[in-house]
Design a protein around this ligand. Sequence first.
Ligand code: SF4
Length: 508
Amino acid sequence: MGMTKVTTENSSWFKEKIRVDQIEKYLGADGKDFIPDDAIEEKLHNDNTLALSTDKVKVREIIAKSLAIQTLSPEDTAVLLNVKDPGLWDEMEAAAGTIKKTVYDNRIVTFAPLYLSTTCVNNCSYCGLRSENGSVSRGVLTLDEARSEVEVLAGQIGHKRLVVVYGEHPKSDIDYMASTIEAVYSVKAKIKESENYACIRRVNVNASPLSIEDLKVLDKVGIGTYQVFQETYHKKTYSSVHPANTLKGNYLWRLYCMHRAIDAGVDDVGIGALFGLGDWKFEVMGLLHHAVELESRFGIGPHTISFPRLEPAENTPFINESNNIVSNDDFRKAITVIRLAVPYAGMILTARENAQMRKSLIHLGITQTDAASKIGLGAYNRTKGDMQDATRQQFILGDTRSLDDVVKELALMGNITSFCTAGYRCGRTGECIMDSLRTGAEGKLCKLNAVITFREWLDDFASAETKALGETIIKNEIDEVKIKVPKVYDHFIDYYNRTAAGERDLYF
Ligand code: SF4
């Protein structure tokens, strides 16, 4: 799997990739998109916003809307982003935690990334996989290699949920995506030191923006969330880091990919911004505008919001040159305001951040986090422990702890790690889940599945120490189910006992 020379710019694949008709159909009547750059800048900096951001009564009014699980307006979000008073930030952080508890309870869903291809025709300045970077070797996993990675992820680590990642390249087109996803689902991995088998129950996809036709193929294969991050919503910054002669240079093709996904039937979508490219406050406003646009047009907001922060990558000096590197303090503020602005959305904090940082941010409303992650091609089979090979991966991870270590830490913080994949498999996605998220009903249902899947994982994969901690969490959760959802308690405890006796994959 050596370096792939990319000569696709003049190919029909390249020319036909971007469908102008599938951009124009979504533009406003005035021909504009939904990110009003100038208006965002103005809102962030005008005198009224700055004055309101010092007004405790006003800020608390906005916090109250978030606590009522209402999506905030751009005006309110701009006010929160400009707050300076540390006491108000403490109140906002506390509200972020409360909102998370209301909507998602104390569950943290876990997953792992699986890079299936690292060849990419694009040339994003900040990325180790950019086409002009000769220092990183790229490749595409064969179906056998993909299955072999899943054997480790499902059979040795115990993951039930993956996000599969593809570079943008003819070698990893929609046919390759569909066949690799089918390959992932096909694996029945033998669980270490056991006669039982495990599998991946949900595959989320992180890929380039696709056409409606290609998205229909993904929908048919059966995916969880389709994630595409805008990287930066700020158009000038976008153009400066994504060369115009590349596919990714087309801002609007990327901006409207979630519209196409929902139109194609993929109604579980994840948006995100890469923090470190543009001004962090602008990116939070961009994420909010994106959520509001999806809600108002389709009645479906983003299932998840991601906020990866720029990390070092092999032979990629960009990180040292960017004027917008986000400090730990500002990153914390960005996460807090995202939680308050889009209170129903899941929020993903990844292993880009180091262990200490992740621990300090979890309580701000995080709902999903990855663990035991490896992002080198074939790395789950190739490397041992926390080894990383910078010359084979997109960037350097900050946290390579085992899943057992992450589960243990979350348990010590009072969180239950959920391996639940039932929502997607029962069709609880898109429009039909919006109300139950806002009312907290989804949180109660998912609690049942969290307990059952946590039981599975503790019995199949946990160390003795983690298992002991997990038993305490499980006991508390069962007591809570008995009090809070008495109607389903008998059914739940039947599933729980059967799971503890060795049955697998029971869910509500
Ligand atoms: Fe390719 Fe994505 Fe890297 Fe850009 S950020 S070069 S699209 S892998």
